[in-house]
Design a protein. Sequence first.
Length: 190
Amino acid sequence: MFCRNCGKELAEGAKFCPACGQRIGEADQTTGSGQGGAPVQNTAAAGTGNVQRNEMQKVVYVKHVGFWSTGRLVLGIISILIFLFMTFQSCVVGTLNVLAETNDTGGTQGIMTGLCYLIAGIVGVASRNSLSKGGPMAAAIIYWLGAVCTIGGSAVYGDLAVWGVFAAILGFIFMLCAIKTTGELKTNEK
């Protein structure tokens, strides 16, 4: 048998739940309160999804998945792949700059922008199911820092400006995600 309050398994004939102290009555002498006789676990995580209570007042975590969540996951993965490509490209540019004995900093700018892509991509993937707007806003700011790293350009690394513009666009998309996620939270609370 299981406690109706916290879902903890109880010993036969118990009068109180050893976990939460809830008094166990005749109606509570059932086996299971979840699907298949398993207790419903208190699995709510603060700020990571909707928390709802079922008919027995047990907290159930409802995973937040939607258009903006999937978009953050996809853009995060794409950003991580762009980091790999940019790192290779920047190393080649840096090597060419050393061999040609130029003072061009395109390789370093590319590495810095690539690191911003990597960090923002990880933040985007990690915060994809969060209902708070902190994760998407942090990713947007990091993307914009990556775009700023490309200012000044490079005579050798022509793609650097393209990566900077793309980082700025991703920053605006993640800011939109932050705004829309807050809107989804408000409509889910009604």
